[in-house]
Design a protein around this ligand. Structure first.
Ligand code: EPU
Length: 415
């Protein structure tokens, strides 16, 4: 098993170029199946979650060509067959194949999706949407058979603004008969990226990025070229690294608007940010104020940055509180931060972080993707050597993390 070895307390300066967003790319790739033509997606991050989707496409019979940043998909040769458990459980986003195959062929057979174990993560809202559109859902031993004679547009009210259920409903309904309206839809930029992509193919989707999305079904979707938006979570993670150790660290190739909930917190803590159209530059500063954070759907503070920012809060003066409202099991990093010297208590869904505390290098374990990112940040500020095990979680979502950090002065390597 590979490990990350970090020698902490190195200043970070220079530029980190942000890759395409994992959570957009993992939806765009399955969505491409809805097209009857060839699709090119650019700015695709080279991470293991994309490899897993590539594997599913090839298994289904699509022709896939990848280079450094783009993926060309020709799905005209696809055979709609059952997706086996060992590949559908590799990642959460495999469930976008459920809706794409249902939308195109009116039938899909696959297993409950995988993904980081950060909570129960049910798919009831997605299944509710499929049923509302007219599909029959049969489940046995985690395997789903979903089929419809025809899919007919309707109004679907989501119980919570789920990213997955919103995207799945869009994919299942864009070739349905008539109009579908999603109320209480997720407003994340990744949802907008998917809607624009489908519209480029010929779909008729309006309102993406708001709580009400309207999809008017079309008969055919054609070829198109699109780009994945920059990864706001990767950008946020490196911005926090810059807050901890930066000397004019520039986070480049981003959409600063997508990071407003983080940048406003950084300002509240005491940082000065130099924000341009597509970059943010940050330096370490003293006298950090403690703050309270609650995770929420976009444009609120993202749950995916909750674990990374905890490291910064260990360096603030006084008591900070973090409330995780999205996932019930996203504090697995805390045990290791405390082992490294942090003073964090968990009370139900809230962390109480008393700072500042200096951290020291330890041997720790990445329990999930963002917990892993949190431990990388902790290792970067710790005194001495940090060894992070189970690095595969981190490589699912951070392209070239070692090279990117080495490039700005960090002492980090994969062993
Ligand atoms: N939920 C339900 N029922 C559903 C769907 C969701 O109860 O049918 C609950 C979930 O259990 C969770 C909340 O609603 O408590 C939000 O879940 P959502 O569906 O929005 O999350 P997701 O689609 O499973 C995506 C990202 C996550 C990110 C969340 C929230 C992908 C592949 N994953 O997950 O990313 O945390 O949206 O923004 O896009 C990550 O990148 O580390 C990651 C976990």
């Amino acid at each position: 098993m590979t490990k990350l070895i970090i020698e902490g307390q190195r200043e970070l300066s220079g530029t980190i170029k942000i890759s395409g967003a994992k959570n957009s790319a993992v939806a765009l790739i399955p969505a491409s199946l809805l097209s009857d033509g060839k699709v090119i997606i650019d700015n695709v991050p080279n991470i293991s979650d994309i490899d897993a989707l590539d594997e599913i496409l090839v298994y289904l019979g699509a022709t896939v060509k990848r280079d450094e940043t783009s993926i060309n998909i020709d799905s005209s040769t696809i055979i709609n067959k059952e997706i086996p458990e060992n590949i559908s459980t590799k990642l959460r986003a495999s469930y976008y194949f459920m809706s794409a195959l249902l939308g195109k062929y009116k039938k899909v057979e696959m297993y409950f999706p995988g993904g980081c174990k950060i909570g129960a993560r049910p798919i009831d809202q997605t299944l509710k949407a499929f049923k509302s559109l007219g599909a029959r859902v049969t489940e046995s031993n985690n395997k789903y058979l979903i089929e419809a004679d025809e899919l007919i547009g309707t109004t679907i009210y989501l119980d919570m603004p789920s990213v997955g259920a919103t995207i799945n409903t869009i994919l299942a309904s864009c070739k349905a008969k008539g109009t579908t309206i999603i109320r209480n839809a997720a407003k994340e930029p990744e949802v907008v990226n998917v809607a624009i992509f489908l519209n480029q193919m010929g779909a008729r989707i309006t309102g993406a990025g708001t709580s009400d999305i309207c999809i008017t079904g079309v008969e055919k979707l054609g070829p198109c070229y699109t780009e994945v938006i920059p990864d706001r979570i990767e950008a946020g993670t490196y911005l926090i690294a810059g807050a901890l150790l930066g000397n004019n660290l520039k986070i480049d190739n981003i959409i600063p608007d997508h990071l407003k909930s983080l940048t406003s917190k950084l300002k509240e803590i005491g940082f000065h940010l130099d924000i341009s159209n597509n970059s943010i530059t940050i330096s370490k500063t003293d006298n950090l104020k403690s703050v309270n954070i609650q995770t929420l759907g976009y444009p609120g503070f993202p749950t995916d940055l909750q674990q990374p920012i905890t490291v910064l809060l260990t360096q603030c003066n006084g008591l900070s509180k973090v409330t995780e409202t999205i996932y019930e099991n996203r504090f697995q990093n805390v045990k290791y931060l405390n082992q490294m010297g942090a003073n964090i208590e968990i009370n139900d869904r809230t962390l109480s972080i008393m700072g500042p505390t200096s951290l020291k290098g330890e041997e720790v374990y990445a329990t999930d993707l963002r917990a892993g990112a949190c431990l990388v940040l902790a290792g970067l500020i710790a005194e001495g050597k940090t060894i992070i095990n189970d690095v595969d979680y981190i490589l699912r979502g951070y392209e070239k993390i070692v090279l990117k950090l080495q490039g700005v002065g960090a002492k980090i390597e994969l062993q």
